[in-house]
Design a protein around this ligand. Structure first.
Ligand code: GRF
Length: 212
């Protein structure tokens, strides 16, 4: 059984989707720690309600290195091996990224490399794309730049607002994030440069063509 750590800053609906998949036995892992950098994050409350170890490590006014060191320490103390960023509104420093090489996942509400950074749904609307979506990727030292594991596309309709589009994307986030976590902790992912290959079993299960 692998130990998962979750880092979040807010609502925590992606964390909940992962927690549901863990509880249902779909992901062979346990959530060993939930960390928020904001005390008022609803996700932190939700974690506590689920009986999961949850901790606030405030980031405000703290240099990145100091904050990252505290996070590393907390994750290590709980034996965390894989980290999921679930609406975590901070860029990770190199120490944290290097502590968990190719073992940190993030979900982004756009089809990367389009619309990285904040307000991805608004960026997509403003640009006028007909499709956008979400991306689960490994975290490297850049912002939303790591190798892509899974993506899902959704249409953009003429009368969409940021709210309606975000809701359509979120539904897909909750589907592909747990699936990507499962692939990662099961060791079904092979990273070659920027490209991620899924092993044959994993590819069949997710309805994609297997790697030759
Ligand atoms: C999601 O849209 C996710 O893609 C982005 O931040 C939002 C977090 O939502 N990284 P939640 O806290 O998981 O509900």
């Amino acid at each position: 059984m692998k130990n998962l750590g979750i880092l979040l800053s807010g609502r925590g609906s992606n964390f909940e989707a992962i927690a549901r998949a863990v509880a249902a036995g779909e992901i062979p892992a346990k959530i060993a720690l939930v960390v928020s950098n904001r005390a008022e994050a609803a996700g932190l409350e939700r974690a506590r309600a689920l009986g999961l170890p949850a901790l606030c490590i405030p980031s405000k006014g703290k240099p990145r290195e100091a904050f990252d060191r505290e996070v590393i320490e907390a994750l290590k103390t709980r034996g965390v091996e894989y980290v999921c960023l679930a609406g975590f509104m901070r860029v990770l420093g190199p120490d944290l990224v290097r502590e968990f090489p190719n073992r940190i996942l993030n979900i982004h509400p756009a089809l990367l490399p389009s619309f990285p950074g904040t307000d991805a749904q608004k960026q997509a609307l403003d640009y006028g794309v007909r499709f956008t979506g979400c991306t689960v990727h490994l975290v490297d030292e850049g912002v939303d730049t790591g190798p892509i594991i899974l993506q899902a596309a959704v249409p953009v309709f003429d009368d969409d607002t940021e709210e309606t589009l975000s809701a359509r994307i979120l539904e897909q986030e909750h589907r592909i994030y747990p699936e990507a976590v499962k692939l990662l902790v099961e060791g079904q992912i092979e990273v070659k440069g920027r490209r991620v290959r899924l092993n044959k079993g994993a590819a069949a299960a997710s309805g994609r063509s297997p790697a030759p």
